[in-house]
Design a protein around this ligand. Sequence first.
Ligand SMILES: Cc1cc2nc3c(=O)[nH]c(=O)nc-3n(C[C@H](O)[C@H](O)[C@H](O)COP(=O)(O)OP(=O)(O)OC[C@H]3O[C@@H](n4cnc5c(N)ncnc54)[C@H](O)[C@@H]3O)c2cc1C
Length: 469
Amino acid sequence: MTIPVPADFIAKLKAVLGPGGWSDDPDKLAVKLTESRDRWTGTTPLLTLPRTTAEVSAIVGLCAESGVAITPQGGNTGLVGGQIPQGEILLSLERMNAIRDLDTADDVIVAEAGVTLAAVREAAANAGRLFPLGLASEGSATIGGNISTNAGGTQVLRYGNMREQVLGLEAVLPNGEIWNGLKRLRKDNTGYDLKQLLIGAEGTLGVITAASLKLRPLLPSRAVAFVGLKTPADAVSLLMRARDETGGALEAFELISRAGMGLVIKHIPDQREPLADEHPWYVLIETASGEPGSAEAAMERLLAHAFEDGLIQDAAIAQTDAQARAFWALRENQSGAQKREATAWKHDVSVPVSRIAGFIEESTAAIARRWPEVRVVAFGHVGDGNVHYDVLPAPGGDPAVHAARRDEAATLVHDLVVSLGGSIRAEHGLGMMKTAEALHYKSPVEVEAQRAIRRALDPKRIMNPRVLF
Ligand SMILES: Cc1cc2nc3c(=O)[nH]c(=O)nc-3n(C[C@H](O)[C@H](O)[C@H](O)COP(=O)(O)OP(=O)(O)OC[C@H]3O[C@@H](n4cnc5c(N)ncnc54)[C@H](O)[C@@H]3O)c2cc1C
């Protein structure tokens, strides 16, 4: 519930922040009150633009005193509406964009919350290190947003989600107090780990202002391959082999359907079929290693054995960086191509890896029984058990009719996911979009424990009040 803003509150806030610390420029506001899927439009009594942690603390402190609600926003690339205020004060981290430190002895980078993921990856690469979170949205998505959504991406298989990259946090808690937890330790067993609560909290337990993040070695030996195969079950078998046979070099393993490939070729300029013939399913595999030539050799061995055994139908290994980028573009354009075709029912789900093939088969059969005309376009991070299970209307189908069936389809898909031991949200969080639905599937014990934590830290529920439980 959004708490009303007292009459003199906005004037007080403006005075504390000074010129430049807030904006009511309609053009600037328009960009921050809409999002990429055009699903949510927001309103706010004031856009605040703090430059320092002390200013964030002043904003949150004033809001806490008056019981005024706040929505934090980073790069506004979130896909579930959590960053779009519905009457709350909008707190943008865009001006907190300094890299405070990079230390290769500690293998750490300390970045403010508003630094983009791309800028962190570039700074790491310039220092001869890897920051291993990679997202198609990394040019705009920020470190604060990545942490608050516990973002995943294409290298989770090897390095884990954002949670695994965070060594320490600095945050402003819902009462306005600054918590300096910017440690750079790999070991710290001193009670509850507050940073773990803030990671994935979607802005409900405070405002993250900076983070210390792990750096990894750059791995110069790298191979990228595109593989054609018959079924998702074959893709999972190939994944098992890749894990066993590449000596720890497996870095990404992404599934793409023929339907999804066709849409990319149709809608995205300059995209070409990766293999001579069409195949029902594809995987994109990347291996990486520190030893020159070894990732390439591991890939060649893996694919040669799989081909001999009839597990795969065809494969191409990228011979140049440009070809590797072209292979990745086919994967990264899956969502964009779909959007140009029609509006899909989208399900960002995860199941145990061993159940991926069964999930895709069963849900596709169930959808076809109920709505024989629709088109399933499944793709995703098979190595993490994460499938983007999207469903488009028939070509020329009525978008309004399709939209009206979205909730029924979600129930069908999510009931199956939960029965297989999976989660109805793998990557994108709950936000405004999925909070109510998640309540239906979460255990009441877990929901009450989460509510108790939130009440303890934010008794007036001022932080992102519409999001989570
Ligand atoms: C093309 C595209 C591809 C994507 N691919 C992926 C993908 O592969 N994997 C994936 O996980 N996601 C993906 N996303 C989703 C999105 O990019 C991520 O959720 C990202 O982490 C959001 O970062 P952001 O800075 O844009 O956060 P925002 O969208 O601004 O905010 C997201 C949430 O975090 C909160 N928040 C933001 N900053 C802070 C802060 N400093 N303190 C407290 N709370 C804060 C907001 O209130 C909101 O609830 C993709 C999105 C797009 C558009």
